[in-house]
Write a protein that binds this ligand. Structure first.
Ligand code: HEC
Ligand code: HEC
Ligand code: HEC
Ligand code: HEC
Ligand code: HEC
Ligand code: HEC
Length: 437
């Protein structure tokens, strides 16, 4: 971390010296890369792989510079202006919406385009779909447990062998008391230490019984563990590069989740806000009272990331060396599973909290649910959908009402209150292809 930061500052320093040369000149790829990272474009785009949005390599062949500037800065306005390409692109992506980036100047957009144009093709493409390009290793606890179980089994085998050896010694001692004075006539370790009936048992048999008694619960534990815990990141709450608190922002300040996770209603992905969203408040809010008049060190990190200097005159405050904040991605379904936020939040009318838990009380955000297939399926089997007032379900609701009239409480649509009950499962929510690519 230290080295990275040092590097960033080293680059920053060298750049501060050379920046004026570029200021008016040709688009700058290095600059573009920084802007790409700082604005979290990578949460939806990779160069060579389709994520939420298209793979961006070759985008300059598909569109003119003028088009790209308008698209990136405000794709919504651009579409509304009637540009056919823009509308088609949007429709091709099933209405997944891209953020608005009016904070970027046209020249900065061209810097990004230059970066995309000149980026070397990857030798081994990085398949990290991170919202946040996390580098944090995810520790897999399985290995540890397998080792523990092996250790237990080995210890037991050793104990059994030791018993066998002692018994042999004892037999030898009984036959030949002079050679083993300390063992003769004293009885075995087990005869001395175990109740009478057990001491008569063959030590090997006893060893096997003990082994089984220990191995069965361990085995069951291991099996359950492998079934329920492996790869499950429930409770995962990594330390983030900026101590951002949902408890404060979503709870006490009551900022709407959608203010920051702005694509959640229109897109598959909820997205992590760009730091410019934070600046809507934190240009002014600096928590200075807490730090003897100094700007909060955590808020300084936002400024550093945007290369923002509050001391400068307006218009000169934003430097041109933003450095990305690498939020650690928490939720991450495997590639073969498909999950869509807008489907659940808009059509299904679910609250964020039904899946993410009481986020507004979390100082550090964590993964609340297992995100396992069984978790999805359980909810699809059990949760009722408010179909009566939902246009999406009009046809199904009619059908269900008819069925309910005919079959009364034998109808599969019969709910506990005698009214129509429809679950996502009845609407195809258990079909493999709905959730798997
Ligand atoms: C929340 C996800 C999201 C983010 C963040 C995002 N995009 Fe997009 N982008 C999309 C989607 C989705 C499309 C496809 C069109 C649509 O559905 O609106 C797209 C389309 C594009 C296109 C047109 C690509 C083509 O092949 O025609 C460009 C260029 C682009 N984005 C650049 C950017 C840049 C630059 C950034 C960062 C400043 C960015 N995007 C951030 C989702 C995103
Ligand atoms: C002021 C902006 C803001 C608001 C309001 C906000 N969030 Fe966030 N959220 C963030 C940021 C920034 C991150 C990434 C940093 C982190 O993980 O703490 C994040 C991360 C998350 C994550 C984890 C993302 C991952 O990596 O998997 C979830 C889930 C989430 N927010 C849900 C919510 C919900 C639900 C609400 C409303 C109750 C909400 N957020 C309100 C800014 C916000
Ligand atoms: C709607 C306004 C608003 C937005 C948007 C907002 N914040 Fe805040 N934030 C506040 C307020 C108000 C405080 C409390 C300041 C205080 O304690 O004096 C705060 C406090 C903080 C603190 C704690 C500072 C400290 O040292 O006590 C951090 C860190 C922070 N915000 C980060 C962020 C980040 C990162 C984002 C963007 C993802 C963001 N905020 C978006 C209003 C906002
Ligand atoms: C039906 C359950 C469900 C609901 C409701 C839900 N989420 Fe999610 N959320 C998920 C799952 C599952 C993921 C992991 C998606 C992935 O990895 O592709 C996720 C991921 C996220 C992320 C990480 C970034 C991303 O898009 O992958 C954020 C941020 C987030 N959710 C915010 C929200 C907010 C804000 C709401 C409410 C407006 C909400 N979620 C409602 C299940 C849900
Ligand atoms: C808290 C309850 C809940 C959880 C958890 C949940 N869903 Fe859903 N899901 C719903 C509801 C309600 C709908 C109905 C909305 C609709 O039909 O579009 C739905 C609909 C869907 C649909 C569309 C079905 C259709 O026929 O149109 C898909 C696909 C889907 N969910 C995938 C998932 C996946 C994948 C997960 C787990 C990662 C998941 N859901 C977790 C409640 C949930
Ligand atoms: C409601 C959504 C949903 C439906 C329907 C669904 N799956 Fe899944 N499935 C998931 C999710 C989410 C995962 C990833 C869970 C995880 O990583 O633990 C998954 C994982 C899997 C896996 C990998 C197992 C693993 O542990 O990684 C297989 C195999 C699978 N599903 C097969 C199926 C088959 C076959 C069907 C149809 C009978 C089906 N799924 C229906 C959501 C669904």
């Amino acid at each position: 971390m230290k080295i990275n930061r040092f590097k960033i500052w080293a680059v920053a320093a060298s750049f501060a010296i050379t920046a004026p040369i570029f200021a008016q000149g040709a688009p700058n790829a290095e600059e573009g890369k920084k802007l790409f990272d700082a604005n979290n474009c990578g949460s939806c785009h990779a160069l060579d792989k389709k994520l939420v949005g298209p793979a961006l390599r070759g985008v300059h062949d598909r569109h003119s510079n003028e088009w790209l500037i308008q698209w990136v800065r405000n794709n919504k306005k651009f579409r509304e202006s009637g540009d056919a390409d823009a509308i088609k692109l949007y429709n091709d992506y099933g209405g997944a919406a891209m953020n608005i980036y009016e904070n970027l100047t046209p020249a900065q957009v061209l810097d990004i385009v230059e970066y995309i144009k000149t980026a070397p093709a990857p030798a081994a493409p990085k398949t990290d779909t991170a919202v946040t390009s996390s580098d944090a290793p995810v520790t897999d606890p399985t290995t540890k447990y397998v080792l523990l179980i092996l250790l237990a089994v080995f210890s037991i085998v050793l104990i059994v062998l030791a018993r066998v050896r002692n018994t042999l010694k004892r037999i030898a001692a009984e036959a030949n008391p002079d050679e083993y004075p300390e063992l003769a006539n004293k009885g075995s370790f087990m005869q001395r230490n175990l109740p009478a009936f057990m001491s008569k048992m063959n030590p090997t048999v006893l060893g096997l019984i003990v082994t089984t008694l220990i191995a069965i619960p361990l085995g069951i534990y291991g099996f359950n563990f492998a079934n329920t815990e492996v790869g499950v990141q429930k409770g995962y709450a990594p330390t983030q590069p900026i101590a951002f608190s949902h408890k404060l922002h979503a709870g006490e300040l009551e900022i709407d989740c959608k203010y920051c996770h702005s694509t959640v209603e229109v897109s598959k992905s909820a997205s992590i806000p760009a730091l410019n969203t934070c600046m809507n408040c934190h240009k002014g809010v600096q928590a200075t009272e807490k730090y003897n008049g100094e700007i909060s060190p955590e808020i300084k990190k936002i400024y550093a990331a945007l290369d923002y200097n509050p001391e400068e005159l307006p218009g000169k405050q934003f430097g041109d060396n933003p450095a990305p904040v690498r939020w650690v991605r928490i939720h991450n379904l495997p590639d073969h599973a498909y999950f869509n936020h807008s489907q659940h939040v808009v059509v299904g009318k679910l609250q964020c909290q039904s899946c993410h838990g009481p986020v507004q009380k979390m100082e550090v955000i964590q993964q609340w649910s297992t995100l396992q297939m069984g978790w999805c399926i359980d909810c699809h089997r059990n949760s009722g959908i408010d179909v009566a007032n939902n246009g999406y379900y009009a046809a199904l609701h009619d059908k269900a009402q008819k069925d309910l009239k005919q079959n009364q409480n034998n109808s599969k649509y019969f709910g506990p209150d005698g009214k129509v009950k429809i679950t996502p499962a009845m609407n195809g929510g258990l079909e493999c292809a709905k959730c798997h690519y």
